[in-house]
Design a protein around this ligand. Structure first.
Ligand code: URA
Length: 443
């Protein structure tokens, strides 16, 4: 590193614009381990408060991309289209969407993330399946894409190592909700993985990092602008995160919910299939099919996606991906094999009325405290804890009705967590207006 990292941290702290060379050197030092974690974290916090100019955001993304190698997928035939969510609670769409879009004829090279702050992570969810590997070599990644049509992998020491490091630091230092850091993190992964086009799912609401529509639009526009500057065609959907998506929150439970939906025409217990999750997945698939020119318009795309979900092709693709990535297929056929934490309790409504609002970030933090997320970078994640919701926004509740079943390991924390759970809910006497699933489309 040719410049002193302290000077770069101070420059950002004082609100000055960093040059491309400064950002490149600093990010290179993070990836090489010559910049200490405490310096990286100070830089993240300074960026959180001071922000970055559009030119800095592009330079940060480029520097993060160049911290590792960029994968050339030209040997894999077909159009590659990926999707990335900015993060939410119960957002398990990628697990269904990747195999579904592959079933519709796309190649889906998906480099995903772990839990971040209060939001869940696709990699943590998939690792609940016994044997499932997310640390994949470049050669295996290409082989899996050729054989299964989709792969969901994590950052490695050679592919976006800077994001691997910064992501885990942001997770535990309160520096996630920051537009340039989110742009750099998401787009460096997407540019490295070799996709031809990208659908961005920008979450908005109480469980998202962007709480208001205007903040979400700012993030979506920044993501699209930086993607285009880097030569990656992208479009964004701004989707609702004012309640957990689907019913499950927690790694194993979320995989089980996805299995139910992927089994499509042959659900094991149809009452588990959640409408919002399935609907959002079909919508996103339609957008990916239009981006990848497999459908003329969204209507045709949705019809194709629904067909492939219902006829079992998406389920077969999921099985193929799980098997190629080392997962034990028996677990997909026998859901009882997934671990469930030993203490099961019901959290009930304290009064009668309609479920008007849920502080979804608070719900995500309850999962973290149950052990389903991280408080320190090296924390393991417990796949067996979680919350199964029995009510969505707008539900008519009676007093004493179960709103959630909780799977926990530690009895002692449950009383305080239930109090936080009750405080996160608003129950009103009048029927609330429900938020739309998709708030806006940005192309
Ligand atoms: N997903 C990512 O990969 N990075 C972020 O910063 C947020 C969501």
């Amino acid at each position: 590193m040719s410049v002193n990292p302290v000077l770069i941290i101070e420059k950002k702290r004082d609100g000055h614009e960093l040059s491309s060379e400064e950002l490149r050197d600093f990010i290179k030092g993070i990836a090489a381990g010559t910049i200490e974690d405490y310096q990286a974290t100070a830089f993240l916090m300074a960026t959180f408060f001071q922000g970055m100019t559009p030119a800095e955001t592009v330079a940060l993304t480029k520097a993060m991309l160049e911290s590792g190698e960029r994968i050339d997928l030209s040997s894999v035939a077909g159009t590659k289209v990926d999707k990335h969510s900015t993060g939410g609670v119960g957002d398990k769409v990628s697990l269904i969407l990747a195999p579904l879009a592959a079933a519709c004829g796309l190649i889906v090279p998906m480099m995903a993330g772990r839990g971040l702050g209060h939001s869940g992570g696709t990699l943590d969810k998939l690792e609940s399946i016994e044997g499932f590997q997310v640390q994949i070599s470049k050669q295996d990644y290409i082989r899996i894409l050729k054989n299964a049509g989709c792969a969901i992998i994590g950052q490695t020491a050679s592919i976006v190592p800077a994001d691997k490091k910064l992501y885990s630091l942001r997770d535990v230092t309160g520096t996630v909700p920051c537009v340039p850091l989110i742009c750099g993190s998401i787009l460096s992964k997407k540019l490295a993985e070799g996709t031809n086009a990208l659908l961005l799912d920008v979450k908005v609401g109480s469980g998202a990092f962007m709480k208001t529509l205007s903040e979400a639009k700012t993030l979506a526009k920044s993501l699209i602008t930086v993607a285009k500057k880097m030569g990656l065609p992208a479009r964004a959907l701004i989707t609702d995160m004012n309640q957990p998506l689907g019913y499950a929150v927690g790694n194993s439970l979320e995989v089980l919910e996805c299995i139910e939906i992927l089994r499509g025409s042959k659900p094991a217990s149809s009452d588990l299939s959640s409408v919002d999750l399935r609907e959002l997945t079909l919508t996103q698939c339609a957008h990916m099919l239009v981006l990848g020119k497999k459908a003329k318009n969204l209507k045709d795309g949705r019809i194709l996606a629904l067909k492939k979900l219902q006829d079992g092709t998406a389920w077969e693709k999921f099985r193929s991906m799980v098997s190629e990535q080392g997962g034990n297929l028996t677990w997909l056929d026998e859901p009882n094999l997934f671990p469930k934490a030993p203490i099961e309790v019901q959290w009930k409504s304290k009064k009668r009325g309609y479920l008007k609002s849920m502080d979804t970030e608070a719900l995500g933090k309850i999962l973290v405290d149950l052990g389903g997320g991280r408080k320190r970078a090296a924390d393991p994640v417990d796949p067996a804890v979680g919350i199964w919701f029995h009510a969505k926004l707008g539900a008519k509740l009676t007093s004493g009705q179960t709103i959630a079943t909780v799977f926990a390991r530690d009895e002692k924390i449950l009383h305080a967590l239930e109090q936080r759970f009750q405080a996160s809910l608003e129950i009103s006497g009048t029927r609330p207006k429900l938020p739309p699933l998709v708030h806006a489309e940005i192309t």
